[in-house]
Structure formats: structure tokens, C-alpha cells
Design a protein around this ligand. Structure first.
Ligand code: AGP
Length: 607
């Protein structure tokens, strides 16, 4: 978590760094700060969001052309001004910002305090700057190398020094860091969106690297001092992709982008009769034929996508699948045979638990195929093979378009495997693809429910508890609907398999607990309707998602959101949309910060 930015060039760093931080705020927004070197180190920092830092800078500006900035997601130490980055050493010569966690900070701090260093915060980060101070003899790169030999954990750093006012240092170990090159200027940041507007070309740093940036160029060495040669590549990311455009929130924009994302993905993956995967997909057909098991592991929304993925692989490929929560899997004593592949799913590719579980798989010699949105992310680099979901940048903390893109990609992969394993005849695969091609239009129709959902949301925003019920392939959809509501509207919601209600949770049903039931005309329809009737008989207020034209459901439910008829295996991609909109409207009506819900961050790089 946390976002860092560094800049060296001729622009005023306040503008550059603040714009960069705004684009990284999705990584954390507990506190923020900026430092520049201009006749000494100048720092402004504060608890709270960037708006507070802006106000501070208006009252008490700093100027300079070399500087660093930070937006924090608190791990060690409360959310206070003192714990906000940047940090300086005792003599205020060095200033740095950090993304990551220093695991051995307690022992380092003890040692440094004993040696006379004065600490002002309770963060793990502050040990880094004092450690650098203890090694710094006018050559920062050497000091960084010596400090790196003592630091344990993850640390991306941007560093400035009053003794080297025309240099910016960047260090990567564990957490992501990218360098952007403009004309006579460079910017470093935790993520590429922060480079837009300055950089024409970019370069992803690798672990154990130190970059020294001047206005004229960059030189990179590794932690042992060896020079590293690596070329910049063209920056593809366009400003439009990271702006809200006409939408009030990124989440709303991203919800409405889904038909377009799916349409592009269909065109990318299905060419005539061919199913096209990425060049990074490195499995031979005979490995797929012999596959004995797939272990999907992921967190949050990506985990829910994995649960749907299980249906696809079991239904179409006849491969046994287990779906694991990464944080649980990584600490379990899991045993799988040699014909297993691990499939980590992650939008960001940076989720610490997913990465750790992937590493556990490597220790056990299990081959991996990652499903990711962000290229060159940590999981991308460590997995044996990758398939991308091509959702485009997802900025709202709540995952929406990445979810449906994950579902589509899981289905694509299942069809690709099915063709190789001959578990589905070709004409059936072609029929599935034909249905898929209709889906973007059907998604647009589902989005037309927006107004009705908004009205319903205003009737439901009183409620403190919700039940989301689904069965079969839409049980994970119920989980996902509940997660969306919890995370952005701060309302308690439980997703449950409808058939399991009678074993306990039905006692929760009352007139104050809305029941959101997914009851499509699919093989579990009758059973689902019975479960909703059971809830209604206990005074439950039923809000249903049903198939267009289903009048029976209207008799049971207070409100029905109708989605177009589609095969059951495609329905999770359709039903997700009204559930996302429901959470969105309830959150807006409750006055919540939809794009930046409290306590959360987009990439969860802590365990
Ligand atoms: C989704 O709305 C959440 N913000 C969260 O559950 C997320 O899906 C989870 O943290 C996993 O992230 P990843 O896909 O980037 O690994």
C-alpha cells in the first residue's frame, strides 16, 4: 500500500507531485506529504487526504524542481501528522518516502536510538532514513547499498538529499516502482498513471535496484553495485483512461465501461474459430490434456471470480478445481499432486497474500498461471505464465469492470482447455461464443436499470443489514453483491447460498432486513423461488433479480430488476451489474466516499 512520487526537472514540484499523488490516492489516503530540496529540505505533511495538504501548501508554500511525495495507507503507527511521510534524518539532510513494510524495524530502531538518533514517529519507515544517515558520506548510492544489507522487508523509496540538490534517488525492493522520462525531466512513481502528462517513455525498475536520476539521465545499479542496462519503452497509457470524464465517480464510470471492455475482449480472444491467448501463456497442449487439478487462489472480488471459474472448468473441462482464499492457503500445509496448476487471480497483481501463496506453490514445484489486469506487476513477474484480463485501469477501490473481465477470461480459458481436452464438441464451443457475442448489448440493457435501482436504493438506504441469496453459479454473485455493499456503503451484508438459509441464517430475516435474491430462469430457478418464498413468509422484503418476462417473480418480490435472458453460464457477468449499481446508489445516498471507502486501499500489499 501507499503511493510514492519523485520528480526532477524544471517544473515546480508542488504541481507535479500533487497531480501524481492524486492519481495514486487509490493506494491509500490516511495521510500525505511532500518534500523538496531548495536551500535545504522543506517538508509539508498532514494526516488526512490530499485536500488538506493542498490547503497547507496554499497557506505555506514550498518551491523547488526536485522533490518527493507520499500518500499513506497506515500499517505501523496511527494516522497522525507525525506518522505522515516524508521523513528526515536528525540533521534534516535526507528526506524519503516509502512504500512497503520493514519487518526488522524494531531491532534497527533500538540500535539507532542507542547510537543517538532521534525518532519522531512510530512508523517502520523512519528507521530507513536514520539508517541512511548512519551510512551517508556524500554518496547516497553507497549509503543505500549498506542500508539495504540491513533492511528486511519490502521497500520502494524515493530519496532526496540537501547535499545533492540535483539528484533524485529511487530504490526498489518488493514494492512496485516505475520511472517516466520526459524532456529534461524524470518522474518516479508507484504506478504508471502518476507519470501521465510528463513522461513519454517509461521503465519498470526491478527488485534490488537503485536508480540515480538527474535532469540529464538515469543510471541504474543493483544492490551489489553492478550497472544495469535497461531501455525505456513508449508510454501507452492515455489521460482519458485515468480521468472520470463526465462521471461523478470512477466506480460509476467503470461500471458503465463494462459492455465496452467485454466487446473488446471478445474481439481480442475469439478470431474466427480460434481462441487466442496471450504470448505469456506458456503451457503446452499435452500439459493441459494431462492436467489433474486447478487450484485457484485469490482475495476479495477476485476470489469470487475464482468461484465462478470453478463452475467453468468443471462444467466444460471436467477438471477438479479448488478455490482458496489466498491468506488461508499461504499458511496451510497444502498438498497437491504434480499434475496441478495454480491459478492466482488478481486485478492489481500486487496483493501480498496472493503473491505469498504463489511463492508457496513454487516451493512445492507447482506450475502457475496468473490471471491479472496489471502488466509487470509482482505476480506477473513471479508466475510461470500469465493471461491478462484487459479491463483497463481500474481506479475505484471497489472492483467492478475487473470482475466481469475476470469472469470472461476464466470462461475463455475454460473453452480453450475444453477444446484441447475434447470435453466439449467444437460446435458447442462455437454456440457458446455466439451467445457471448450478444452479451455486451445485454449488459447495456442491464445498465438501463440504473434509474430504477436508484429509486429502490432510496427505499433501502435505511437498512443496516442485507441478505444476498444465490444458488449454483450465482452463489458467488451473491457473495460479490454483498461485498460491494459492505465495502462502499458501510452496511452489513451477508452473501449466502439460498439452500443453506434454513440451517441458521433464516432466523435473521425480518421486515428490516432486505433480501436480495438472484432468481433467474435457470436450472436452479424453482428452488431459488422456494427459498425466496420462505423468506417472504417470514416478513422478508424481497428484491429480486430475474429474467426478463418472468411474471411469477413479480408476485413474490417487492421489486424485480429484470436482466435479458442469457445462458446460465453467462449470467454472472450480467447480474453483477445491477448489484454493483445497487451498492453504488446506496453508498451515494448514505453520503459515503464511493471511490475511496474508509480503511481500504486498491492494492493490498500488506499481509
Ligand atoms: C474489491 O471490490 C475489493 N476492493 C477487494 O476485495 C479486491 O478484490 C481484493 O483486495 C483483491 O485485489 P486484487 O484483485 O488486486 O488481488
Amino acid at each position: 500500500m501507499c503511493g510514492i512520487v519523485g520528480y526532477i526537472g524544471n517544473r515546480n514540484i508542488t504541481t507535479v507531485v500533487m497531480v501524481g499523488l492524486e492519481r495514486l490516492e487509490y493506494r491509500g489516503y490516511d495521510s500525505c506529504g511532500i518534500a523538496t530540496v531548495n536551500g535545504g529540505i522543506r517538508i509539508r505533511k498532514t494526516a488526512g487526504r490530499l485536500q488538506r495538504l493542498k490547503e497547507l501548501l496554499n497557506r505555506d508554500p514550498v518551491t523547488g524542481n526536485v522533490g518527493i511525495g507520499h500518500t499513506r495507507w497506515a500499517t505501523h503507527g496511527q494516522v497522525t501528522d507525525e506518522n505522515a511521510h516524508p521523513f528526515t534524518d536528525c540533521k534534516r539532510v535526507i528526506a524519503l518516502v516509502h512504500n512497503g513494510i520493514i519487518e526488522n524495524y524494531r531491532e534497527l530502531r533500538k540500535r539507532l536510538v542507542k547510537a543517538g538518533h532521534r525518532f519522531v514517529s512510530s512508523t517502520d519507515t523512519e528507521v530507513i532514513v536514520h539508517l541512511l544517515e548512519s551510512h551517508y558520506k556524500r554518496d547516497m548510492a553507497t549509503a543505500i547499498r549498506k542500508a539495504a544489507a540491513e533492511l528486511k522487508g519490502a521497500y520502494s523509496l524515493a530519496i532526496i538529499s540537501a547535499q545533492e540538490p540535483d539528484r533524485l534517488y529511487a530504490v526498489k525492493m518488493g514494492s512496485p516502482l516505475v520511472i517516466g522520462q520526459g524532456r529534461g525531466e524524470f518522474v518516479v512513481a508507484s504506478d504508471a498513471p502518476a507519470l501521465i502528462g510528463i513522461a513519454r517513455r517509461m521503465l519498470f525498475m526491478q527488485d534490488r535496484e537503485i536508480a540515480v536520476l538527474t535532469r540529464k539521465g538515469v543510471s541504474i545499479t543493483d544492490f551489489t553495485g553492478n550497472k544495469v542496462e535497461r531501455a525505456f519503452t513508449r508510454m501507452e497509457l492515455k489521460p482519458k483512461a485515468i480521468s472520470k470524464g463526465r462521471y461523478p465517480h470512477f466506480m460509476r464510470k467503470e461500471i458503465f465501461e463494462q459492455p465496452g471492455v467485454l466487446k473488446q475482449n471478445i474481439a481480442r480472444r475469439f478470431k474466427g474459430r480460434r481462441i487466442v491467448l496471450d504470448p505469456e501463456f506458456l503451457f503446452y497442449p499435452d500439459e493441459i490434456e494431462k492436467l489433474g487439478r486447478i487450484v485457484i487462489q485469490a482475495c476479495g472480488t477476485s476470489y469470487h471470480a475464482g468461484l465462478v471459474g470453478r463452475y467453468y472448468f468443471e462444467k466444460f473441462c471436467r477438471i477438479p478445481v479448488s478455490v482458496e482464499i489466498s491468506s488461508e492457503l499461504r499458511t496451510s500445509e497444502f498438498v497437491y499432486n504434480g499434475r496441478t496448476i495454480m491459478l492466482p487471480i488478481s486485478q492489481s497483481g500486487e496483493t501480498a497474500d496472493t503473491l505469498a501463496a504463489l511463492r508457496e506453490a513454487r516451493v512445492r514445484d507447482i506450475k502457475s498461471l496468473a490471471m491479472l489486469n496489471v502488466r509487470r506487476s509482482s505476480i506477473d513477474r513471479e508466475a510461470d505464465s500469465t493471461i491478462y484480463i484487459y479491463a483497463g485501469p481500474e481506479i475505484g477501490v471497489a472492483s467492478t469492470k475487473a470482475y466481469t473481465a475476470q469472469l470472461f477470461t476464466l470462461l475463455t480459458l475454460a473453452l480453450y482447455f475444453a477444446r484441447i481436452r475434447k470435453t466439449v464438441p467444437d460446435n458447442r464451443i462455437n454456440e457458446i461464443i455466439r451467445h457471448l457475442r450478444k452479451l455486451p448489448e445485454q449488459m447495456k440493457q442491464a445498465l438501463n436499470l440504473d434509474r430504477k435501482i436508484k429509486e429502490t436504493a432510496s427505499r433501502l438506504s435505511f437498512a443496516h443489514d442485507f441478505l444476498f441469496l444465490g444458488r449454483g453459479i450465482n452463489y458467488p454473485t451473491a457473495l460479490e453483491g454483498a461485498l460491494k455493499l459492505k465495502e462502499i456503503a458501510y452496511v452489513h451484508a451477508t452473501g449466502y447460498p439460498a439452500g443453506e438459509m434454513k440451517h441458521g441464517p433464516i432466523s435473521l430475516v425480518s421486515e428490516t432486513v432486505p433480501v436480495i435474491g438472484i432468481a433467474l430462469r435457470d436450472p436452479v430457478y424453482e428452488k431459488m423461488v422456494s427459498n425466496l418464498a420462505e423468506a417472504k413468509a417470514r416478513n422478508g422484503r424481497i428484491i429480486a433479480i430475474g429474467t426478463e418476462g418472468d411474471k411469477e417473480l413479480a408476485e413474490l418480490a417487492e421489486t424485480v430488476f429484470y436482466v435479458p435472458k442469457a445462458p446460465d453460464y453467462l449470467s454472472p457477468m450480467l447480474v453483477a451489474l445491477p448489484l454493483q449499481l445497487l451498492a453504488y446508489h446506496i453508498a451515494v445516498q448514505r453520503g459515503c466516499d464511493v471511490d475511496k471507502p474508509r480503511n481500504l486501499a486498491k492494492s493490498v500489499t500488506v499481509e
